[in-house]
Write a protein that binds this ligand. Sequence first.
Ligand code: NAP
Length: 287
Amino acid sequence: MILVTGATGQVGNAVVSRLVSSGHEVAALVHRPEAAQKRLPRETALRVGDYEDIPALKAAFAGIDRLVLISSDGDADAVMRHHANAIEAATAAGVGHITFTSIVDIGESSPFYYASVYRDAERRLAACGVPSTILRCGLYSDFILDTWLAPASGELALPAGQGMMTPVSRDDVAVAVAAAAARADTSGALYTITGNRPLDFDEIVACYAKTTAQPLRYRPSSLGDYLASATARLDDPWPQAFTTLCASITEGRYASTSSDFTALTDKQPESFRDFLVRTIPGRPSDD
Ligand SMILES: NC(=O)c1ccc[n+]([C@@H]2O[C@H](COP(=O)([O-])OP(=O)(O)OC[C@H]3O[C@@H](n4cnc5c(N)ncnc54)[C@H](OP(=O)(O)O)[C@@H]3O)[C@@H](O)[C@H]2O)c1
């Protein structure tokens, strides 16, 4: 039995569907069970537990052979605690293998708001005694589209300089996670999951403008200006998280391209352009 956390979320839900359709017995961790069942394949067993509640997590993980721990989100201290609680509960419950979605940007000197959170989770996994597979994921194409491209009108001002990133779609992340969970390698495997080619924001907005026929240009801005404008629009922790993410992109921390996705799944990752063509409804042309 493979249990997937974050199973009502976008990545977790796609992982559950993939594992179910490839014949695995799957359980889903949900913290709000009311609406969960209709968002999951009928064959999925529901286990109820909140990342804040270690006893509930231990009970939810009882009898589980493999855990897919989809990273949590929100305030950094809470996310760090959520990962620590899930790893502690999985260890206590005797889970045999953990697959974890980490991030590529975990360097000690990274400015990114979440870098230390993911370093902490990876350190705990290495120390807990349960075999694990870590997937360090690049920026989601979906995140770039939803956070920065879709709301932009004509101009996208970000403090990312000419930094490059190699976007990977959530669907591809889910394909890789499901493959890693099915494989359950016990040798401490580490995969870097990225798209097929690094792009800077000039290329990203050009791709968006061509796909949607909506003019969009990129203007590099300062960290201070972006932080001020994000603070006026967004709740904590997003102004800090997005500003430090841009600082990280400028430093080239998202620029690497890995062939690990193909090694793990035997597929090519979807290009950023193909992702936009697939996901933007009503786009004007197919060329
Ligand atoms: N690499 C990137 O570009 C990037 C971008 C954004 C996020 N991420 C990371 O990727 C992860 C997966 O992304 P996603 O789009 O699938 O996220 P998502 O759609 O927001 O899903 C989050 C999941 O976590 C569950 N959850 C939230 N709080 C919980 C709690 N206290 N206890 C138990 N479960 C809880 C949610 O359940 P409910 O729906 O019931 O609340 C949901 O199933 C995110 O959580 C974040 O760590 C990465």
